[in-house]
Design a protein around this ligand. Structure first.
Ligand SMILES: *Cc1c(COP(=O)(O)O)cnc(C)c1O
Length: 367
């Protein structure tokens, strides 16, 4: 069996033609393809405004800056997420305050956020983990009650709705990623959506050297160059055209795992919050003896991943934040969690093969 990767972008003829067309037109920076990609994303999410960033991490940085979050401000971030959620806060000078996650769904939980509030809390960063949403009703109620900004990390949540509303459109800003392993890829890329016109204007200035018009040499403020290329956008446009197929296929592959592992007591699938859709980012499983199962599968040509390393353990972020007692649910998820691939080209026989290896592992391994 060839090695089965954790993720694989679904690139076909349409993507190749779309990129080639851009190169033929010789407009390689932000042009018509960028506009088309943006229109598709606004249409999908229902967001009013949106701007691109070079990647999802910088989308978070841009979103935080547009909300004037910086030195002295605290942002509540779930302990279970990709490093970038917390790093983005530090990169703008703010302090990420970590909170534990729900014991079942491992999503952010409003009541844990409430306990972490201080007079310096400026914002909450819900992360839409594993292609599903946290209880956004409770989180938005809390934010309104305390007058907090909300910046959503929706990097894993393209195509995911909570009670009919697209992830990333609940808060003041929402951030998406188009990295190679995300639901839709443009190679690298990010997108920030927002609702308020003044935030949108700040986003535009911050991403374009502090000016509104690209032809102008007058800069009213400081900003970055956060442009993307039209080749990336061309890839994104072709991916968006087949988003419904991508979603259908990812869901179908998750179902195959559920069928094949139905009788295996050592394995559980992470459930989704009530009201949330699920566009599986990966098949997220809780497995007994996960630390032995991971290398077992890896040696059998299956690229597996554990869930994220708890942020309160990150050596790059913290020197002395090792208070494990505050984060039992994140620690449980990190100890037990395994991601299996659900990419659209994954074959039925490959899923069977992976599940057979898992069954084999539990039939002889004893510790
Ligand atoms: C991928 C990801 C990011 C960062 O996106 P990049 O495009 O890789 O910079 C941030 N947060 C979460 C939850 C992610 O999965």
């Amino acid at each position: 069996m060839d090695r089965i990767p954790q993720a694989l972008p679904w690139i076909g003829q349409a993507e190749k033609m779309s990129v080639a067309e851009t190169l033929d037109n010789a407009w390689v920076t932000e042009g018509s393809m960028m506009q088309a990609f943006r229109a598709q994303l606004l249409d999908l999410t229902g967001a009013r405004y949106g701007v691109f960033a070079p990647n999802g991490t910088l989308a978070l940085v841009l979103g935080l800056l547009a909300l004037d979050i910086g030195c002295g401000d605290e942002v509540i971030v779930p302990d279970l997420s990709f490093f970038a959620s917390a790093a983005a806060c530090l990169l703008v000078g703010a302090r990420p305050v970590l909170v534990d996650v729900d014991p079942m769904t491992f999503q952010m939980r409003a009541e844990y956020c409430e306990r972490a509030l201080t007079e310096n809390t400026k914002a909450i960063m819900p992360v839409h983990l594993f292609g599903a949403c946290p209880d956004m009703t409770a989180i938005m109620t809390l934010a309104e009650e305390y007058g907090l900004a909300v910046i959503e990390d929706a990097a894993q949540a393209v195509g995911v709705h909570y009670m009919g509303q697209h992830a990333g459109t609940f808060g003041d800003v929402g951030c998406f990623s188009f990295f190679a392993d995300k639901t839709v890829t443009s190679g690298e890329g990010g997108f920030v959506v927002c609702r308020a016109e003044d935030v949108y204007h700040k986003l535009l200035l911050l991403r374009n050297h502090g000016r509104r018009e690209s032809g102008s040499f007058v800069h009213s403020g400081l900003g970055w160059n956060f442009r993307i290329t039209d080749m990336q956008a061309a890839l994104g446009v072709a991916q968006m055209d087949k988003l419904t197929h991508i979603i259908t296929r990812k869901r179908e592959r998750l179902e195959w795992y559920k069928q094949d592992l139905a009788g295996v007591d050592e394995v559980e699938f992470v459930p989704v919050e009530d009201g949330s859709e699920h566009v599986p980012f990966r098949a997220a499983l809780l497995c007994q003896r996960a630390s032995a199962l991971l290398p077992y599968l890896d040696q059998r040509s299956i690229q597996t991943r554990g869930f994220f390393y708890p942020l309160h353990w990150q050596p790059a972020l913290w020197k002395d934040q090792g208070d494990d007692a505050q984060f039992p649910n994140t620690l449980f998820a990190s100890a037990r969690g395994i991601f299996l691939p659900v990419y659209p080209q994954l074959q039925r026989c490959q899923v069977t093969w992976i599940c057979d290896r898992i069954k084999e592992f539990y039939s002889h391994a004893t510790d």
